[in-house]
Structures are given as structure tokens and as C-alpha cells.
Design a protein around this ligand. Structure first.
Ligand SMILES: [Zn+2]
Length: 72
């Protein structure tokens, strides 16, 4: 498969829940969305959802990497 453009980031972000996945993932494991964007900035890693204030503020219920901001 030809590569049309170089990936500048190691991950793409789910446009629904901001979960970050590698480029070869086609479906978000958290919300099931197939819509992703590379236009994201900032990354947080949530390990312990139960005890994370950031997770509570952002409404994160699944451990993993998340983009802080998504937008074009
Ligand atoms: Zn998602």
C-alpha cells in the first residue's frame, strides 16, 4: 500500500472520545467509532481511572492515552 503522506504523530485520536490509538487501528476500542483525526494536541495517560482527577474532569472511563485537545 503506498504511503501518501508521512505521519507526524505516533498516534491518531478518536474524534468522539479522544482516545489515542496507533495508526493501524481502524476502530476505537473505547467507543467503537471509526472516525479519527491527527489534528490533536497534548496527551494524557490515564492508568487508574477510579482515582484520577483528570479522568473525572474529562469524563474518561477507560484507562489509556487521550488527546487533551482535538481540532483543525
Ligand atoms: Zn473513541
Amino acid at each position: 500500500m503506498p504511503v501518501r503522506r508521512k505521519h507526524t504523530k505516533p498516534f491518531k485520536a478518536c474524534t468522539k472520545c479522544k482516545y489515542l490509538v496507533p495508526h493501524d487501528v481502524e476502530r476505537c476500542p473505547v467507543c467503537g467509532s471509526e472516525s479519527f483525526t491527527e489534528n490533536w494536541s497534548g496527551m494524557i495517560v490515564v492508568v487508574d481511572v477510579e482515582n484520577s482527577e483528570v479522568a473525572k474532569i474529562l469524563g474518561i472511563k477507560h484507562p489509556g492515552r487521550y488527546a487533551i485537545k482535538i481540532g483543525i
